[in-house]
Write a protein that binds this ligand. Sequence first.
Ligand code: XCC
Ligand code: SF4
Length: 671
Amino acid sequence: MAKARRTNEERTSDPAAQQMLIRADELGLSTAFSRAEDMVPCNIGAAGMCCKICGMGPCRLTKDGQTGVCGATLDTIQARNFIRSIAAGSAAHSDHGRDMAFTLKAVANGETEGYILRDVAKLRTVAARYGIKIEGRSPSEVANDLADLYIAQFGQQRGKIVVTKNAPPKRQKIWEDLDVVPRGVDREVVEALHRTHIGDDQEPTHILKHAIRTALADGWGGSMIATDVSDILFGTPAPILGQANLGVLKDDMVNVVVHGHEPTLSQMVVAASQDPEIIAYAQAAGAKGVNLSGICCTANEILMRQGIPAAGNFLHQELAILTGSVEAMVVDVQCIMQALVDLASNFHTKIITTSPKVQIKGATHIEFDEHKALTIAKQILIVAIDNYKNRGKTHIPQVREDLIPGFSHEYINYMLGGSYRASFRPLNDAIMSGRIRGVAAIVGCNNPRSKQDYMHTHVTQELLKQDVLIVETGCGAIASAKLGLLLGEAGLDQVGPGLKEVCETIGIPPVLHMGSCVDNTRILTVLTQMVEEGGLGDDIDQIPAVGLAPEWMSEKALSIGAYCVASGAYVIFGGSSPISGMPDRVSDSDIVLKYLSEGWEELFGGKMEFIQDPEEMIRKTLEHIDKKRAALGLPVYDAQRFGKSGDARMLELEKIPAMDRRQAVYGTAAD
Ligand code: XCC
Ligand code: SF4
């Protein structure tokens, strides 16, 4: 059977990506876009109906009432597959958090090279929150205690992960009553694997309860630790100018692309690239200098803090190599395609693996060690510079956009009130009055099975028109960045009148880039602070807010989704559902599906749904926001009510004869 080929316009909505896909075709090289067409997904596995956890299987349950050799039913198999994904996602985020905590410890002990405790104010705030004494102690002493406390959260056996105390009190009570408070990060991941071994936990809802506990160990555990330590070591982000897309690669410079997730290495590569010795070495090689850019969440880490440009999101990793201009792609952990090495062999590009946990056959391995961080970063750059002479003809698409990233929750708090009156009051007030209808967090990956970036940006643009404030992280944020939605002025003409008014008053873009995927915890913190501010209920599930991952593909996304549900959020995933079952087998194949939606909503006030159609996603998002507004007794959202102040109002008033203006202003001013 001939494989269905999509046009490049159907594969991606990004013009830079379209250009590179033409190049790939010219060269006869495959990419994830073409491989997604060649590799038809297995419809049994995709629906969660295949079990391969023991040697009596794999068992594929395709007929009504069928069970596996051991007697496992479809709902059990789906729940087991689902929790295993969450365990892997939680493990990935949390292991990143653990390494950050180890780095903090090493920095506190003066054992590292090149790192400092950059944000001492945040160190003190965070440490004080956990009861660590800060008065009269040096930053290193405080950091040492905080690192110990963090490291202990991973191997803790009993009690509660201390990070969960950052949640609203009512939420903590719900978790306690339902007995889902994580005891220790590693313990929950291990138990998820134990429970899903052949012949263990076989009650789907019981399995899914532990899925929540495992996901909470990520969101209110490992990931939150990762974010806080990153801020302490590398600085808490604040708005800064950046650029995104393949056009950030430079013809006359040594292009080094950092790709992956952990900021420990990439931050050091940033420092090394600015070293006069390195610049001189690059110039001696005939280049103007070293041009650093990022892919995936590593991009977000250095974009948020130093404004280092993002070459693109997940599906851009191969496209960057196709430009022929990349001397080295330096990778650490997560979301790194094995295909990079093969693809790079057609160009001069060196793929350099750096993590002790990640090696790829055919790649150059230069292992990173925080004790010699700067030295190793320089060594990597020298390999890249030495490779410059091997560069052939380049094809860099001249497509890039400016953006303003850097919206940490600390900055959002500050921007709303300034140094003296920093608070979430103005945001809550804007939602309460209906100027802002609600908030949507649009996060997560690219997936070559859907049109790259389109789902992210279409949903974002449509919700903006409806006065929904958008916060973004991960590859979703880079999708919006590439379209110019992360700029103040540029995006505002496509934004609803009330939201526009708020953005103009505060001077912010309508889409706030909050960081990498571990930084989804910043969103949890914002929601918690909105609850603390008052007026929007006393728990996260009452806030008119929705989380969306329109192009998800990674297991981490499922873990994020589950901890957001447990925190009270309505979470919508696009693309395929790993628990969909067969549509004609409603009898037993929708038990898990229903439980994640109705069952979890009853328990946590949040729910998880998989919706493929973007219009349906938008409709459900608005419906949920309006439902939450109504439950809080807030005025029904009215698109016409606001946007009459500021420039729009001035223009309108100018049309009214001067003598009637007073009446027009004061007569309609009453709320
Ligand atoms: Fe990976 Fe974080 Fe997904 Fe992007 S969004 S494809 S997980 S890089 Ni996190
Ligand atoms: Fe089949 Fe049961 Fe083994 Fe799964 S655990 S592979 S359903 S026999």
